[in-house]
Design a protein around this ligand. Structure first.
Ligand code: CU
Length: 156
């Protein structure tokens, strides 16, 4: 009898583990920030420098750059997405949100979707209205599930 109970508990535990694994969104990968526990702020990881590869888990990477060195006025942020073999893709949705960290909320752009051009570049105009330190928070998602969050900082 005791042995049967133990076996039942083991089976139940296994079923629970399997169910938990299945609850992870298939589109998200290892370091996916897709699921943010309730009451917690999402974490935006600092991105490598302009032009360098920023990996999104193991499925691919992107690079970012401004069309010109940002100064007062509008700079266009350009994001280029690649699959893991380096082929250009544009199968994710990307949004950006710019602001000045030192006076958060004062120039908050809100979350704005990047637009893609014919080449598959993701483009976002960033409005720089004051000299100082700026940031852009990037959110990448697939089918509504966030697969990556990153933060760009720059000074004007
Ligand atoms: Cu400001």
């Amino acid at each position: 009898m005791r042995r049967t109970t133990t076996a039942l508990i083991a089976a139940a535990a296994l079923a629970w583990l399997t169910a938990s694994a299945a609850a992870q969104p298939a589109a998200s990968c290892c370091n996916s920030p897709g699921l943010t526990p309730q009451g917690q702020e999402p974490v935006f990881q600092d991105l490598p420098k302009s032009g360098q590869k920023c990996w999104i888990g193991e499925v691919g990477y992107f690079t970012w750059e401004f069309d010109k060195a940002p100064k007062m006025g509008t700079a266009v942020l350009v994001v280029k997405l690649h699959d893991k073999d380096g082929k250009r893709v544009s199968d994710l949705s990307v949004t950006g949100r710019s602001d000045m960290p030192s006076m958060r909320g004062a120039h908050d752009s809100g979350e704005v979707a990047f637009k893609t051009n014919k080449a598959g570049d993701y483009l976002l105009p960033v409005s720089v209205v004051m000299p100082g330190d700026w940031e852009v928070l990037l959110t990448f998602s697939r089918n509504g599930i966030v697969v990556f969050r990153g933060r760009i900082t720059f000074k004007v």
